[in-house]
Design a protein around this ligand. Structure first.
Ligand SMILES: [Ca+2]
Length: 290
């Protein structure tokens, strides 16, 4: 297959310009036409490719307008993707704490639609500064619970995030009908770390996630990174809730309390090809870049 790699110098003209954006690389051999791509995908509940030049595929935006923009400097398959930014001086702007996330409902749950497939691609900029703190992490994908009337919003049953120089993921479960507090602990509740991979900067990284929500022992979680299975978990995942959960993607920085990493002005992440599908789906339906 013939490969052409172009390096385009792009002049920074606006204040949001990052060191990483000085160089754009496009691998033309990987490009697919939208028509070819759409024909092969079925069963989608979300097809978040940003090709409509807006965020209409999502149900809600928990971000200020400048925090999530559609742009074409980088993209996965088609010539648009989402650029997400968090700024050090914008706590509680566009969402609680340091947050800029897109939301899609109907992500399933242990007592509703148990099976879901998710796909997404992320591009961590070359100049992403690793923060050497055990109190700092940046979530780029999470499935969030919707609490029952006896509960508060808890930590998410599934979260993928950047922690120091690693990609990591946590899962949480609770068989109790009423979870106590925000972080399930104690009898019937668990927290597990199910992914630990080197952080990759400067190129797109594809993720496919297959999950069966269950607070019993028949739950399932498989994660593929760039087509390679990196997580195979069997056991409880999710809460004993009535309502279906929701997908969130973008950036959510968690520090020690309300703290932001010292000396860091901004976090930027590119996201693309965010898909969700139900139990009839297969790997190829949600995989980025067919
Ligand atoms: Ca519950």
């Amino acid at each position: 297959m013939r490969k052409l790699l172009y390096f385009l110098l792009v002049t920074c003209l606006h204040s949001a310009c990052d060191q990483d954006e000085l160089t754009t690389s496009i691998d033309h051999a990987q490009l697919k036409t939208p028509a070819n791509n759409l024909l092969t995908r079925e069963n989608l509940l979300l097809d978040g490719t940003f090709e409509t030049n807006d965020l209409q595929q999502f149900d809600r935006v928990e971000a200020a307008p400048h925090e999530v923009v559609v742009q074409g400097r980088y993209y996965r398959s088609f010539p648009k993707s989402g650029r997400v930014e968090l700024n050090s001086n914008e706590i509680n702007v566009g969402g609680s704490k340091f947050r800029a996330e897109l939301i899609k409902y109907n992500a399933g749950g242990a007592n509703t639609a148990q099976e879901r497939w998710f796909g997404l691609s992320i591009r961590v900029p070359e100049d992403w500064r690793v923060v050497d703190s055990t109190k700092s992490l940046d979530i780029f994908f999470q499935i969030h619970d919707r609490p029952d009337s006896c509960e508060v919003y808890r930590n998410p049953p599934l979260a993928l995030f950047i922690y120091q120089n690693r990609f990591k993921a946590t899962i949480r479960s609770d068989s109790n009908a009423c979870t106590k507090g925000v972080m399930p602990r104690g009898k019937g509740t668990t927290v597990n770390y199910v992914l630990n991979r080197p952080l990759i900067k400067g190129r797109w990284v594809d993720w496919v996630i297959h999950v069966k929500w269950s607070y019993k022992n028949d739950g399932l979680l498989d994660i593929w990174q760039d087509g390679q299975k990196v997580t195979k978990y069997r056991g409880p995942i999710g809460y004993n809730d009535v309502k279906s959960m929701y997908l969130k993607t973008g950036l959510y920085h968690i520090g020690n309390g309300d703290s932001w990493p010292a000396g860091l002005k901004r976090r930027v992440l590119y996201i693309d090809e965010i898909r969700m599908a139900g139990s009839k789906a297969k790997f190829a339906d949600v995989k980025p870049l067919l």
